[in-house]
Design a protein around this ligand. Structure first.
Ligand code: NAD
Length: 439
């Protein structure tokens, strides 16, 4: 027994010693101090319940590629593990761990009866594609190839997922690199509408508005803040990094509200129009071409320049840590930084931005529209209820209003909206763990 304890403790210590210091860990620690939570209880809140490493052998043009994937099940004190599937070349286990932890915090902040988890699947599509380009009889374009490879990956991944008994224990959703198309493979295998969220339109248990929910929430949170400080939306300029699901929908709703979106970038290119980009035209273009590159070759911008642009609102809606120690002093944003991506601002940059007097709307709040809608979709799956589009958007607005009021109320005592968001979430997670005798 003693040996076994030592063995488990050693594994935990090993895992803990390897995880690099990160923003969510630091903010959790600060919250625990404010809330008078002991270090040992804090550790239980902080660390994941389970790590799963899964090798995925997938076939590409007659060859087998062994890809790495990781599932981190962080905390289910308040309900099933919930969190997206990221398919990206830069995935690593610590990124997946932090993203899973953020999901626990996000679901608690939104007061959903869900916990937090995350999946990372590491694939370098461009590198593999380049390697195949010269091969005889290989004539797929890049995006056809990505879809084909994702199909093979998802079939393999879902098989393991079901075999491990994770159905309804961990409920996946899209994240960077995945979409409703990839979620469909879960439903194809489980035939259970509650096993996955963001199912394609028209499939049993699908939710109208789920696709737009994260971008809608991002825009709603931004407009709510403008309203609080008495700023007219038609008088502000916006720059957005990332024009995928979140960035493009946020741009759509902000444009509709009268904001001037002056610059947008993605992985492959960018566009800058001082007088404001025609967002409906750009959306139409990217739906066809899957990138903003080529929309206007005369007015291009890259990510580095985008961050330096003097704009009122900056919305990073792509990957993590893009605003960091290196570029935080040259940021051009004047008013508010809206974290649509997960952890786009590193801890050091976060401190600098606060010192400069720029408001930061935190990721756990800003991008929670997706999981709030997923929660409704899950309720449909288990309860046979139906929500229409109006009800979904009304529900999102109500939740965002509640979260913002709660955060604003605790801002002064906590120090910032970000700290307030952590305090609210940590209190709820701690109380649930206590009530369930988990700590
Ligand atoms: P997506 O795959 O649909 O789009 C990602 C976009 O970012 C693409 O335009 C891509 O080209 C761009 N991009 C990727 N890396 C980039 C880089 N290094 N520089 C510039 N652009 C880059 O992904 P998404 O679902 O829109 O997710 C974006 C962010 O929002 C992620 O951080 C994700 O975790 C977060 N998020 C998404 C959801 C959701 O419902 N989809 C919910 C909550 C949070």
């Amino acid at each position: 027994m003693e040996n076994e304890d030592k063995y488990i403790k050693n594994i935990e210590q090993y895992i803990r010693s390897r995880e690099p210091a990160n923003r969510s860990g630091l903010l959790l620690g600060e919250s625990a101090k404010r809330l008078d939570i002991s270090i040992s209880d804090l550790r239980q809140i902080e660390k994941p319940y389970t790590f799963i490493y899964q090798r995925l052998p997938v076939e590409v043009e007659g060859e087998i590629l062994n890809l790495s994937s990781g599932i981190v099940l962080h905390n289910r004190a308040r309900g099933p593990y919930k969190g997206g599937i990221r398919i990206d070349p830069n995935v690593d286990i610590w990124e997946t761990t932090e993203l899973a932890r953020l999901m626990t915090i996000k679901t608690a902040l939104a007061n959903l009866e869900l916990g937090g988890g995350k999946t990372g699947i590491k694939v370098d599509f461009e590198k593999i594609y380049k390697g195949l380009k010269g091969k005889k009889n290989f004539d797929q374009d890049f995006y056809q190839f990505c879809d084909m490879l994702k199909t093979n990956i998802m079939r393999e991944f879902v098989d393991h997922f079901v075999e491990r008994g994770l159905v309804r224990i961990y409920i996946p959703a899209p994240d960077m690199g995945s979409s409703s198309r990839e979620m469909m493979f879960f439903y194809n295998r489980t035939h259970d509408p509650a096993s996955v969220s963001a199912k394609p339109d028209g499939i049993e248990g699908w939710l109208p508005g789920r696709k737009e929910a994260t971008g809608f929430g991002t825009a709603y949170a931004t407009l709510k803040y403008l309203d609080q400080i008495g700023k007219d939306p038609s008088k502000v300029t916006v720059a957005i990094q990332g024009f995928g699901n979140v960035g493009s929908n946020a741009a759509h709703y902000l444009h509709k509200a009268g904001c001037k979106v002056v610059a947008v970038t993605d992985l492959y290119g960018g566009v800058h129009h001082r007088s404001g980009i025609d967002i409906p035209a750009l959306k139409e273009y990217t739906e066809e071409n899957r990138t903003v590159k080529g929309f206007d070759e005369k007015n291009v911008i890259d990510n580095e320049e985008l961050f330096k642009l003097p704009v009122d609102i900056l919305i990073p809606a792509a990957s993590g840590h893009v605003i960091n120690r290196k570029n935080c002093d040259t940021l051009g944003v004047r008013l508010v930084l809206v974290e649509a991506a997960n952890m786009p601002v590193s801890y050091e940059a976060f401190e600098r931005i606060r010192e400069k007097g720029i408001e930061l709307l935190p990721d756990n709040y800003v991008n929670s529209g997706g999981v709030i809608a997923s929660d409704l979709e899950f309720r449909q799956g288990v309860g046979r209820v139906r929500y229409n589009r109006e009800q979904v958007f009304e529900h999102l607005e109500k939740r965002f209003d509640e979260m913002f009021d709660e955060m604003t109320e605790r801002k002064a005592a906590a120090g910032s909206l970000t700290h307030a968001a952590y305090d609210i979430a940590v209190e709820r997670i701690y109380n649930a763990m206590k009530a369930r005798s988990l700590i």
